[in-house]
Design a protein around this ligand. Structure first.
Ligand code: ATP
Ligand code: MG
Length: 444
């Protein structure tokens, strides 16, 4: 992409309405624009990051064997009356009446609709286990939408649902999700710690929230500092293996880590004092096992091996896809702007032309642009007639992890400069070497 042809409405001033750094930076970097309270348009740069996150979620769901699908945002109230949640959900549910006076709603989550699909088509244990998920817009009429996309009213969420014959199988689905979520967040450059939590309106006994530690987080958390040393890394896990998934769960949830809803001061007190941590966290996902709550209420039964009709065991699992954009920025920024992890960066590398209009600089930039694109990378070429300082400031603000600077002095020696946004370190090298290095970084 050439910046001269892109839509990047960066703001010079710090927007006064934004209280936290991710919200400020998303507005300043021209990623989003508020449409109304808690509802945002995603401008091209923001949308690209959202799509990168979405793609990682899809890839990791596929790896775990889960099936992608899509359900409507507008749903009939009748289904929600069956489960009893139409009344229970309260003011957070956006209720709509259509022209025939039928009660509709904008989906805040989709346990009812997926259960309705299930009960219409699945009648035998032979069709189990089954896990389907979607990535779809949700609406919750939050009383205090704030912090930009972190607590919106409309937000983008991955929601998945498992159907299993037995509790044991459903708990395996739970563990499998925990494993796949660990991998998902790490690919985005985040450490999200699973913490025992409270189930809220979804219901059920077993639930973990995934929290990214950040001072601006809305949740208060208590944990054993040793937990932050754990990394999932590049493990090759067989997602069908109960033992392997269980072992990962044990490893990542055996040390104390809880939100304030489930905090147990006595148990916490048993951790050596120097390891006791109290902090704040951003909830970026949650997994639930809720047994037969919905299947019994809504009649989702299957025939088991002996021909008995039994309610299926279910769970649901959510990832805050749009919230993650803010959470990643909270975790990855400095005074000059965003620092995207490679996994989610909107463009892989920026090209800064220090002397636009100079024939050799222009040619070198065009060559670089083409070579990077041919390698399968997406460069953002700042080809505007702008001062070098302004170009650097824009690149720093929008946070591409790598920058190639092209100027007449370096080019006289056949060199360009490759700079890391993370630590500011620069290295001079030939054009070809720069392309090779960036390709290597991204594994293309
Ligand atoms: P919270 O406690 O933050 O209100 P929740 O527990 O009600 O969230 P879930 O039902 O667990 O949310 O939804 C799954 C994920 O969707 C959450 O972990 C969070 O990342 C995201 N999410 C929930 N509410 C919002 C919101 N208002 N804006 C953006 N993302 C949200
Ligand atoms: Mg939650």
């Amino acid at each position: 992409m050439r910046l001269s042809r892109y839509f990047l409405p960066v703001l010079k001033e710090t927007p006064s309405e934004a209280q936290i750094v991710s919200h400020r930076l998303m507005l300043r970097a021209g990623m989003i624009k508020q449409a109304s309270a808690g509802i945002y348009s995603w401008l091209p740069l923001g949308y690209k990051v959202l799509q990168k996150i979405e793609r990682i979620v899809h890839e990791e769901q596929a790896r775990a064997g889960h099936l992608a699908m899509l359900m409507p945002t507008i749903q009939s109230a009748d289904l929600w009356r069956e489960s009893g949640r139409y009344d229970a959900y309260g003011a957070e549910m956006l209720r709509i009446t259509d022209r025939h006076d039928r009660d509709m709603l904008f989906t805040p989550t989709a346990e009812e609709l997926i259960t309705d699909i299930f009960r219409a088509h699945v009648t035998s244990y032979r069709d189990l286990p089954l896990t389907m998920y979607q990535i779809q817009w949700k609406f919750r009429d939050e009383i205090r939408p704030r912090f930009g996309v972190m607590r919106g009213r409309e937000f983008y969420m991955k929601d998945g649902y498992n159907f299993d014959l037995t509790k044991e199988d459903a708990l395996h689905a739970y563990n499998r999700h925990l494993v796949s979520y660990l991998r998902t967040y790490e690919r985005m450059g985040l450490q999200a710690i699973p913490m025992r939590a409270d189930s809220g309106p979804i219901g059920g006994d077993d639930t973990h929230e995934f929290l990214v530690l950040a001072d601006t987080g809305e949740s208060k958390v208590f944990y054993d500092s040793e937990i932050t040393d754990l990394r999932f890394g590049d493990r090759d896990i067989d997602y069908d293996s109960h033992e392997q998934c269980r072992a990962v769960l044990d490893e990542f949830t055996s040390r104390y880590a809880r939100t304030d809803e489930t905090h147990d001061p006595e148990l916490f007190g048993k951790i050596p004092e120097e390891r006791q941590r109290m902090a704040r966290g951003i909830e970026v996902g949650q997994i639930f096992y809720f047994g037969t709550k919905y299947s019994e209420a809504m009649g989702a039964y299957v025939n088991d091996h002996d021909g008995n009709r039994v309610p299926v065991h279910m769970g649901s699992h959510g990832i805050g896809v749009s919230r993650l954009v803010g959470a990643i920025i909270e975790a990855c920024h400095d005074d000059n702007g965003i620092i995207w992890p490679e996994g989610v960066t909107p463009f892989h590398v920026g090209i800064v032309n220090l002397k636009q209009g100079d024939a050799s600089c222009d040619t070198a930039c065009e060559d670089l642009y083409e070579a990077l694109a041919a390698a399968g990378l997406e460069p953002l070429y700042d080809d505007r007639e702008e001062r070098a300082g302004a170009k650097f400031a824009t690149m720093d603000l929008i946070g591409l992890p790598w920058r190639i600077t092209v100027g007449p002095r370096g080019l006289a020696n056949g060199k360009v400069e490759l700079t890391s946004r993370r630590n500011g370190e620069s290295e001079e090298m030939s054009l070809e070497a720069a392309v090779a290095r960036v390709s290597e970084i991204y594994g293309v």
